[in-house]
Write a protein that binds this ligand. Sequence first.
Ligand SMILES: [Zn+2]
Length: 293
Amino acid sequence: MNPAVELHSHPELDERIVIVRAGDEVDAVFVRTERFNVLIDTLGTSELCRTALDLLEERAGAGPLIVVNSHMDWDHFWGNAAVAGRAPIIAHATALDRLRDPATKQVLIDKVGEDSRFGDVEIIGPDITFSGSMTLNGGDLTLELIHTPGHTPDHIAVWIPELRICLAVDAVEYPIPEVWSRSAADLQLIRSSLQRIRDLNARLVIPAHGRTSSPSIVDANLAYFEALADSVGALEEDRLRNGQLGSLNGFRLEDFVAIPEGMPLDTLAFYRNCHETNLGATVQAHLETFKSA
Ligand SMILES: [Zn+2]
């Protein structure tokens, strides 16, 4: 069953910004500007996205709708069918590579097997792509789309300078973000993207998961990767090749971040998995320092 869709906004956030929450699955964000409305992400199914658009009708301005796909992970763009042909969909150019990758189709096949609500999902790509960065000039508000790879190669975050709000999507995550692969290069990318977001000096940082908005989570994510590098860096080369490293005392998720009380077991398992990937990439980065030494 689809999770319930709810709208959230609060004065600190600014009334032009609405969080579109699909249960515990994901948050999309709606931004109203003088010239147009922007929906950042379309949730995990077109039914969810249609429900969100109905709920948003009252809050929308008179202008047209523009849709941004933050990245091609299923929970962020599988609702595209609800807006295709009605609103232009913008994504980073590398999103097209991901859509061509057979792994994208495989995720859908797997998900349909798990839950019938994904049965009518149609994978729809962006209408407009860009490299580097892109700016949407809404008049009263500016939305800067910033390429922030590392979680995925195509990831973009949105910076609204007038409000000093960063919609960080999955580049920042509580309790931890997840790197794209166990490679040193991707680890470097996720850390640089976190630094780039930290350097914005935002008043609020809003990720798509974890329901937080404090910029301190960016520092916490950076500190987590730093601590991982320190712990791994202190190991001898033969211990680095221990495949079970993540279950050893001192290398488990809870050795780096406090696990939020009452976190559901499947969510905890998900973050343990993210941690394993982050640890694997950190080990890889450290092994490469031996090679180059
Ligand atoms: Zn996500």
